[in-house]
Design a protein around this ligand. Structure first.
Ligand code: P53
Length: 481
């Protein structure tokens, strides 16, 4: 059965500023939280250092040098046939300290040139305002998004760039994976969008939820301002959907999966419905968490709802309430994440689940009835650069083919409104979670290793030609439902 994707479907690729740009000190850019993040591995955690420490290796400082190489990279994107390219704006390029009186013209000019280049190549820019970085000064001086002052500083930054690029960018996303902090499984909250400083004696969960609410308010404010600047802007929120399945038909497992999923839905519920859901206020009450939100702020949440939802999808997880070995679920007593024996994992333990994407699309669309843009999907893998600069990444082709087929079924058989698909890390980049270069996602190889050694030359992988064909044909053949 041939399955056509909608006409004008936005086939694309995605990256973020701090994972590709490099040039960490150029163009009057200030220090970003991403610039003080060390490298790690599949088993160790990235650390945030107190300022830039001499002799420490920071993979984002040079990244893949997209800052200088973007023109050539866009030529490759054009050859690939990309219709959309998602990246983010580094706040510290525009306001080096985050709280400067006026913006940095050199930073603004860089994104002018980048967006012009995309448009000249008929590639639609999809722009994230905050992708896991904020100026380091905001982290140090204000403690990150736990501080209400940061809402206004961020809104000011957003207003400047929305105004500046109003005739170049139509699709915006406010915060990348805004939910990827609630789990508290790892220390992501200290160094993602929130860049929260947690002081001794502070209730971590309370701080994280307060920061999350502050970000949601900031997002709603930005949506309202955006509508005034250009009513034809399309404003989105962005949530990481990792479906969490119950391990068994044991009602305890099912309830645990609902509880974990609520922590994710909370963010999109506020983005789309404009109010804090009762399951969340009840949860906060049960844990003595009190959230500071004024009447005016609640009103802003109600007004500033999004036009579409951007989602990332990588994997699924399984939760159990039976006593067993596994990763304990933070703040959910007796619940553990365990392996799904029906699925395979990549080398970083992420379980590959194409059908999970169809499940997510169904759930999210039925919940919100809003267009969905898959703005990230991919699988980190080791690649081998072979003779003649060839990379035979059949595993990547398999992953993308399996996932794209499920998207196509969700559109055709389930009626889900999907407007685009920008695969993650279209060109190899610095992994956010581990800081590695060798956890590769791209269909374009970048010659650089985990220690930062390499020529930075770009090579087309086998998946490049495969994806090009998919875009040209507007989809892949699907054999069954
Ligand atoms: P890396 C965790 C779980 C799912 C998505 O991740 C995540 C994370 C954070 O590590 O992040 C998103 O690079 C994020 C990207 C990131 C990508 O997924 O850890 O939006 O910035 O690079 C892949 O392998």
């Amino acid at each position: 059965m041939k399955c056509k994707f909608p006409k004008n479907f936005l086939w694309g690729g995605a990256v973020s500023a701090n994972q590709v740009e490099g040039a960490w000190k150029e163009g009057n850019k200030g220090l970003s939280i991403a610039d003080v993040l060390t490298a790690a591995s599949s088993t160790t955690q990235r650390l945030i250092t107190d300022g830039v420490v001499e002799d420490e290796y920071y993979p984002s400082h040079d990244a893949i040098d997209f800052y200088h190489k973007y023109k050539d990279d866009i030529k490759l994107f054009k050859k690939l046939g990309l219709k959309a390219f998602r990246t983010s704006i580094s706040w510290a390029r525009i306001f080096p300290n985050g709280d400067d009186i006026s913006p940095n013209e050199e930073g603004l000019k860089f994104y002018d040139d980048l967006f012009d280049e995309l448009i000249a190549n008929d590639i639609e820019p999809i722009i994230t305002l905050s992708h896991f970085e904020i100026p380091y000064n905001i982290h140090k001086k204000y403690g990150g998004f736990k501080n209400k002052k940061v809402i206004d500083l961020f809104v000011n930054f957003a207003e400047v760039v929305l105004e500046r690029y109003k005739s170049k960018v139509k699709y915006w996303l406010t915060f990348n994976e805004i939910n990827n902090q609630a789990d508290g499984e790892h220390s992501l909250h200290t160094w993602t969008n929130s860049a929260v400083l947690i002081n001794e004696g502070e209730n971590k969960e309370q701080v994280i939820y307060q920061s999350s609410v502050n970000e949601l308010i900031a997002s709603a404010k930005v949506v309202l301002i955006a509508r005034e600047i250009n009513p034809s802007f399309i404003m989105g929120g962005m949530v990481a959907y990792v479906p969490v399945y119950p391990n068994q038909p044991n009602p305890n497992d099912i309830l645990a999966s609902i509880k974990v999923m609520n922590r994710r839905y909370f963010y999109s519920d506020v983005h789309v419905r404009g109010e804090i859901p009762r399951y969340m206020t009840a949860y906060w009450n049960s844990r003595n968490i009190s959230i500071d939100i004024s009447k005016t702020e609640s009103h802003i949440l109600r007004q500033g709802t999004v036009d579409y939802l951007g989602i990332s999808y990588y994997m699924s997880k399984v939760v159990t309430t039976s006593k067993c070995e596994g990763q304990p679920v933070a703040n959910l007593d007796g619940a553990t994440f365990v392996e799904n024996k029906y699925l395979k994992s990549n080398d970083w333990g992420w379980q590959i689940d194409p059908k999970g994407l169809r499940i997510v699309l169904n759930e999210v669309y039925q919940r919100y009835n809003l267009p969905i843009f898959i703005v990230e999907n991919g699988c980190g893998s080791y690649d081998i650069l072979e003779n003649g600069n060839k990379i035979h990444d059949f595993y990547r082709i398999q992953y993308f083919a399996d996932h794209i087929k499920e998207v196509s079924k969700a559109i055709k058989y389930d009626g889900v409104d999907v407007i685009g698909y920008t695969l993650w890390g279209i060109i190899d980049l610095v992994s956010f979670g581990s800081g590695e270069m060798e956890k590769r996602y791209g269909v374009i190889f970048v010659d650089r290793d985990n220690q930062g050694v390499g020529t930075l030359r770009r090579y087309k992988k086998d998946s490049f030609y495969w994806y090009k064909d998919v875009i040209q044909k507007n989809g892949i053949e699907v054999l069954n439902e």
